[in-house]
Design a protein around this ligand. Sequence first.
Ligand SMILES: *[C@@H]1O[C@H](CO)[C@@H](O)[C@H](O)[C@H]1NC(C)=O
Ligand SMILES: *[C@@H]1O[C@H](CO)[C@@H](O)[C@H](O)[C@H]1NC(C)=O
Length: 493
Amino acid sequence: MEMEKQIQMQTLFVFVNVFVFSVYLVPTAQSHVSLVGDPGMQKDNLRVAFEAWNFCNEVGQEAPKMGSPRAADCFDLSGSSLTHKVTEADNKLGVGKPFPGLCSEDINNTDIYAVQKELYLGSLCEVKDTGSPWQFWMVMLKNGNYDTKSGLCPENGKIVPPFNPGRFPCFGEGCMNQPILCHQPTRLTDGTMRGGFSGSYDLDSGCGAEYHADRSYYEVIWEKKLNFGSWVFKHKLKTSKKYPWLMLYLRADATKGFSGGYHYDTRGMLKTLPESSNFKVRLSLDIKKGGGPKSQFYLIDMGSCWKNNGAPCDGDVLTDVTRYSEMIINPETPAWCSPTGQGNCPPFHITPDNRKIYRNDTANFPYSAYHYYCAPGNAQHLEQPVSTCDPYSNPQAQEIVQLLPHPIWSAYGYPTNKGDGWVGDARTWELDVGGLSSRLYFYQDPGTPPAKRIWTSLDTGTEIFVTQEDEVAEWTISDFDVILTQPHAESDL
Ligand SMILES: *[C@@H]1O[C@H](CO)[C@@H](O)[C@H](O)[C@H]1NC(C)=O
Ligand SMILES: *[C@@H]1O[C@H](CO)[C@@H](O)[C@H](O)[C@H]1NC(C)=O
């Protein structure tokens, strides 16, 4: 059995090899300028970090002995030895412990401490590229439990008093905890470099133990052959009764400023920020296990932030609005947007040739191309009917446009049929994220100049949304790149 598998793997490697070469040898008319620090994940010198979030993208309380939930694995290769830039002591830094750059008044604040720790780890990992330094890919893990009696999460950015439970999963006090983090520092063995982050939200789990029947689990293992091909990031995510809503993404975030979903400075991989409409995202995705019917697998999730009057965000959580758009490729995800559920659709759809189709145009609106649209909770001029987004799960108001595979997206290289890119359909995608994102509806106050759609986060992974069953998702990501393309001809977008 093992032997057979190995031979299959070798065949696959040869195939992948030929495929990759043929792709790179095809002459392209367009200029290929990459916007990420490590185009296509090809550099041997790895830069990867880890962050964990509670329900409203903060820390709340650190897990015992784990330090602040930020860590990194960054190294340079010299000959056949890896020189690590981040020590295990750095990774274990937690409240109360000083480090360079941390103000002493912030030393006991778990939320600010994590932000500052990310900047510090960024400084250790930073690559001084021509003009624009960059730091790392970001593994992001989030626990969807919300203890409404904790008063920890604001409502659309406003501090609100605790309220009675019922609307969100929570097993009781402590349900918003941070996870156990086990780090396997990258090592080189037999020409392959390999390392990983893994752990559980169940604080009585140790390291080394993989799946326990009733425990939550996450794992990201990275692997690369020396001087060859792409890093392969292998992900696993398992929910449990106590932790029924979990998210795990691999993100390319901004190297400075606010990335999607943050109200604080971050570090990342996008050394130049892509702006709609002239950029593409290229990635290889192989989903081995889907994670059940509630697994909202995002082939691509883009995140940014601008105010309802079109101005860029400035950290004022009362007026900043996180904007997300996600292509969900789980074929079991239904379209909540429908002729009879127009409140779950954006007010209109724009076709690739820039025709506007209103959602009340039942003969033409592509209802099944939209899973769900929700508007910012702080918007003043919403068209009715409308659903507003969950006011608690981000530090500020948010707006979300969730897409489903549909022929209408074919012009952008996006999946067109249910099941495209899903389990058994591993692919290398080249997505015209810039073109599509320039035509998506996002709310703006009437009469205000259109926001510049600059994307501070591009990521892939799954959100397993409140499940009764323990679900497992497994997938690999490689070849990730964000590519600047020629400006589109249209100037009216
Ligand atoms: C942080 O906590 C420690 C231990 O409780 C305390 O001694 C110190 O004064 C605190 N620092 C600040 C700035 O609050
Ligand atoms: C459809 O919606 C648009 C935009 O809200 C509106 O102007 C138009 O009158 C509506 N058409 C019908 C037939 O209701």
